[in-house]
Design a protein around this ligand. Structure first.
Ligand code: ADP
Ligand code: MG
Ligand code: ZN
Length: 621
């Protein structure tokens, strides 16, 4: 539990309420006794008259002589003995003598004194319980890292960094990022046998920066170092430094390093370091004193300890380009290790790691899964196998089969499965649209193979055509991009030919977006147009602004017009060819649509075998 005012308020409220009830419950009976006994009241004057008449039998005095409960009998009381309450004036000296004179039984009750003590105690007890309760809470919330006596120290980083004495993670748990791993194996030696390095006068690095997209295993790798070297692991996230009180972040950094020094050798892991380590004073978005103070403190701390104290600071970020250059100077995070999205081989070995503790059917080939999942990070792959395991458990299966894995992949890429439409005109239109994509893709030599076509909706899509990604995604030829553009136009083209221009739908909007983006990149980034081999735009040039805002194009207006012309020409040409493919294969398309509507899903092999009854499918390379 984190210590914050919100939490404090949240927890103290029930305590206040509970204590209030305890207080009420404990102390009301005393006052109640007096109230209930004598519900009827009498004025002091009338009471004196009653005494004179000899109607008063007994007087009990309470409350330091402020209240009297009398037992009296009289005409107004229905001639029965009754208990009556009388408020006495401050100085009622004549009363005592009068009572003596009339021989009335008089008793002063000590209960009034204990009542006073009780009520005094009661008044004290309520705040007391509250304070004890609050202290207890502060203690508890600080228990993670702090001992007793540290309650209420806001600036301290208690509970805001985690310490794991043993991470339990070893290098074998990390797969697919071999270069990064090698780099880190050396760091383990630094921690275990520093003398190897110090003997020859080598300085042990203080900081290592892990750079890579989310989910690629940066945290995992840092933990693995700690696990392999058998040292404690201190971790904190950069976003946790940025607090609402100025100066808190800086004092947290101080504390973190202090604790780490006490536990050296150890690893300090700072996740999301870009949250504090962003370039200072860039102007855009205004300065942030708190962040700068925290960063300065971090730099000071890193300079402050000698290289050989056995502390290695590992920081992670998904963009090194926006970090303050002071962080990257020698003696700080001067080592940078890139962790990338895994390739086919990497995916396969990550899958092998995560398949270790799962029952996967013998018929499942992890290679096929690895092939189907380009672009997946390590975390995506771990998630994929877990989703598949959940699906298998839901169906009470003995082991995970390819079916669950396929389903999990589709789910991660395209979203949750919906219920298919009933047979209707729009279902037919969707079927033609999808078959359009699939047949164009199949008949173009440079297009990827169809994996399956389905009318079962998923996420936003109401039908889907899946293609098997090609092995090598790093180099893509011009012919391949054009084939992709035509494949993406296939859906709309089929709608046009089959239903006519008036009936085309909005269903193609996503396809058109992709088509336009691919054509634009051909012209402006890959030099694949008549303009020539020029790079006119680059991806993500300004990290501080949104992509749309950062349009600092370095070409003239004439070039801008040419770019638009070239994009237009490419798409127009591709569209024409796509329409031809659809027209020339209308018979096959009608046949495929009938099958698809009946079966809702056609897999790649069946799809190709139907087509090959009518025409020749080009050999794909
Ligand atoms: P990051 O810190 O880069 O965002 P994490 O290290 O938190 O990613 O990864 C999240 C989870 O994904 C890990 O706990 C692990 O289960 C899995 N994972 C990610 N990368 C790998 C990898 N290279 N090898 C094995 N598992 C991985
Ligand atoms: Mg992480
Ligand atoms: Zn489409």
């Amino acid at each position: 539990m984190k210590l914050s005012w919100k939490n404090l308020l949240l927890w103290s409220l029930p305590i206040i309420i509970i204590t209030f009830f305890i207080w009420q419950g404990l102390f009301t009976p005393i006052t109640d006794e007096r109230n209930n006994i004598a519900n009827s009241r009498m004025t002091y004057g009338r009471f004196l008259e009653y005494i004179d008449m000899g109607w008063v039998k007994k007087v009990d005095i309470y409350d330091n002589g402020h209240t009297a409960i009398i037992e009296a009998i009289g005409p107004e009381l229905g001639n029965r003995i009754q208990k009556i309450r009388v408020e006495l004036p401050a100085n009622a000296s004549e009363l005592i003598s009068k009572l003596k004179k009339n021989n009335v039984d008089l008793d002063a009750h000590p209960i009034k004194n204990t009542a006073a003590i009780w009520s005094l105690l009661g008044n004290l007890l309520f705040p007391l319980i509250l304070i004890v309760g609050l202290i207890f809470l502060f203690r508890r919330s600080n228990n993670n890292t702090g001992g007793p006596g540290q309650a209420m120290s806001f600036g301290k980083s208690k509970a805001l960094f985690q310490m794991e004495a043993k991470t339990g993670i070893v290098f074998d748990d990390v797969a697919g990022i071999d270069e990064a791993k090698e780099e880190f194996e050396e760091i383990v030696t630094f921690l275990k046998k520093p003398e190897y390095f110090t003997n020859v006068g080598a300085k042990i690095p203080k900081g290592v920066l892990l750079v890579g997209p989310p989910g690629t295993g940066k945290t995992l790798l840092a933990k693995a170092i700690a696990g392999e070297a058998d040292v404690p692991f201190f971790s904190i996230s950069g976003s946790e430094f940025v607090e609402m009180f100025v100066g808190v972040g800086a004092s947290r950094v101080r504390d973190l390093f202090k604790k780490a020094k006490e536990n050296a050798p150890c690893i300090i892991f700072i996740d999301e370091i870009d949250a504090v380590g962003r370039q200072r004073g860039t102007g855009i978005g205004g300065g942030n004193d708190e962040r700068e103070q925290t960063l300065n403190q971090l730099l000071t701390e890193m300079d402050g300890f000698e290289g050989n104290t056995g502390i290695i600071v590992i920081a992670a970020t998904n963009r090194a380009d926006i970090l303050d250059s002071a962080l990257l100077r020698p003696g700080r995070f001067d080592r940078q290790v890139m962790v990338n999205i895994p390739d086919f081989k990497g995916r396969l070995s990550i899958l092998e790691v995560h398949a270790r503790n799962k029952k996967i059917n013998k018929n499942v080939s992890l290679k096929i899964i690895a092939r189907r999942t380009p672009g997946f990070s390590g975390a995506d792959l771990a998630n994929l196998l877990n989703e598949a395991a959940i699906l298998a458990a839901r169906k009470r299966k003995e082991s995970i089969t390819l079916k669950e894995i396929d389903n999990a992949i589709d789910r991660i890429i395209a979203g949750m499965e919906g219920t298919p439409l009933l047979d209707s005109k729009s279902k037919r239109l969707i079927a033609y649209h999808e078959i359009g994509h699939a047949i164009v893709g199949t008949l173009l030599k440079d297009h990827e193979n169809v994996q399956k076509v389905t009318l079962i909706p998923r996420g936003q899509a109401r039908g889907l055509t899946w293609f098997t990604p090609s092995e090598d995604q790093s180099l893509i030829s011009r012919a391949q991009i054009k084939a992709k553009i035509m494949g993406a136009l296939g859906g709309r083209a089929a709608e046009e030919i089959v239903f006519g221009n008036a009936e085309i739908t909005t269903g193609a909007s996503n396809d058109l977006q992709q088509v336009t983006s691919m054509a634009r990149q051909m012209v402006t980034r890959f030099g694949m147009s008549n303009i020539g081999p020029l790079s006119l735009e680059n991806e993500d040039s300004n990290p501080f602004l949104g992509r749309g805002m950062a349009n600092t194009n370095e070409y003239s207006d004439e070039i801008a017009i040419k770019i638009d012309e070239q994009i237009f020409t490419i798409i127009k040409e591709c569209h024409k060819k796509t329409l031809e493919i659809i027209k020339n294969n209308r018979v096959i398309i009608d046949k495929l649509v009938d099958v698809l509507i009946e079966k809702e899903t056609i897999d790649g092999n069946e799809f190709r075998s139907i087509i090959s009854q009518y025409t020749i499918i080009p050999n794909k390379t």
